[in-house]
Design a protein around this ligand. Structure first.
Ligand SMILES: [Zn+2]
Length: 293
């Protein structure tokens, strides 16, 4: 499942081709993805210029010249690509053998510099969805916590939210009101960096004064660094996720705990072996030696 770094990788891939592009034509090959397309979706998009390509948590936000925003979520297998012929290595972006029955949305665009483009959204499992909203008024964005790479996310902020909370750290970090867009993989990675066991109660990382403990400070740094490194590496290639141009990222080779059960811990001097447990139905990976309760 694409997580924040993968969605950000898609955003960066699309941005140079979509910003400033006019949407000439939209074809929906079915009525729904995870949810039905919003009423008037095609009419609202056609004729508009895309002003910017943004992201909030795992939502892509395409701001349109009519003041509306087209929101896209990739679900598990959502992918954008451009049709053949617009890039130096067309086969890298579109393989003729690929099953086109999963191409659910096709958009014809005119970009001032790139010229005519065909943007295709495919989604084999259809857990992705699209929506439209005006201004900032989207139920999907309501109540989202700070962006982990933004200034509002820091250890003091987390300490306020974790005070008195007996939830395990894994669950506390997956709570989108605490931090927006963090998922299963990067939560495991960030907790390992901060030497915090995923089962540790959130309140244990808050001092009596309400200030963050040193480990919580390390965690805030760990979240930022793991995400920044993943974005720099182009996202992971887990499942059949593809970035916007159809190329694959390679960050999965650099995970320190995720999917490394029984492998040696990467912490310098640690002789531990990575363990896998299941928390709320999801796999958690950690080192029982250097990640303390
Ligand atoms: Zn270790």
């Amino acid at each position: 499942m694409p997580e924040l770094p993968e969605v950000e990788t898609v955003r960066r891939g699309l941005e140079p081709y979509l910003t400033g592009a006019r949407i000439d034509n939209v074809t929906l090959n079915r009525k729904d993805l995870r949810f039905p397309f919003p009423k008037g979706f095609v009419k609202t998009l056609e004729g508009q210029t895309i002003i910017s390509v943004g992201r909030r948590a795992k939502y892509l936000l395409f701001r349109l010249s009519n003041g509306k925003t087209w929101l896209g979520h990739l679900g598990m297998t959502g992918a954008y690509r451009f049709a053949e012929g617009k890039f130096k290595e067309p086969s890298r972006y579109y393989e003729p053998g690929e099953d086109i029955k999963h191409d659910h949305v096709v958009m014809e665009l005119t970009h001032p510099k790139q010229g005519k483009l065909t943007l295709i959204y495919s989604d084999a499992r259809r857990f992705g969805f699209m929506d439209l909203f005006e201004g900032e008024d989207s139920p999907y964005l309501d109540g989202l916590g700070p962006e982990p790479l933004g200034n509002a996310f820091n250890a003091d902020e987390m300490a306020q939210r974790f005070k008195g909370k007996s939830a395990p750290m894994k669950a506390a970090l997956l709570d989108q009101r605490v931090v927006a867009g963090l998922g299963n993989i990067y939560v495991s990675e960030a907790l390992w960096r901060a030497h915090i066991r995923p089962t540790t109660q959130a309140k244990k990382l808050v001092l009596k004064s309400g200030k963050p403990s040193p480990r919580l400070e390390l965690l805030a740094d760990g979240v930022r660094s793991v995400l920044n490194e993943a974005i720099a590496a182009g996202g992971s290639t887990l499942r059949d996720f593809r970035d916007a141009e159809g190329g694959s990222g390679y960050f999965q080779h650099r995970f320190d705990v995720y999917d490394r059960e029984n492998d040696p811990c990467h912490t310098p001097g640690c002789k531990g072996t990575i363990k896998r447990i299941v928390q709320s139905g999801r796999s958690t990976f950690f080192c029982p030696v250097c990640q303390k309760p």
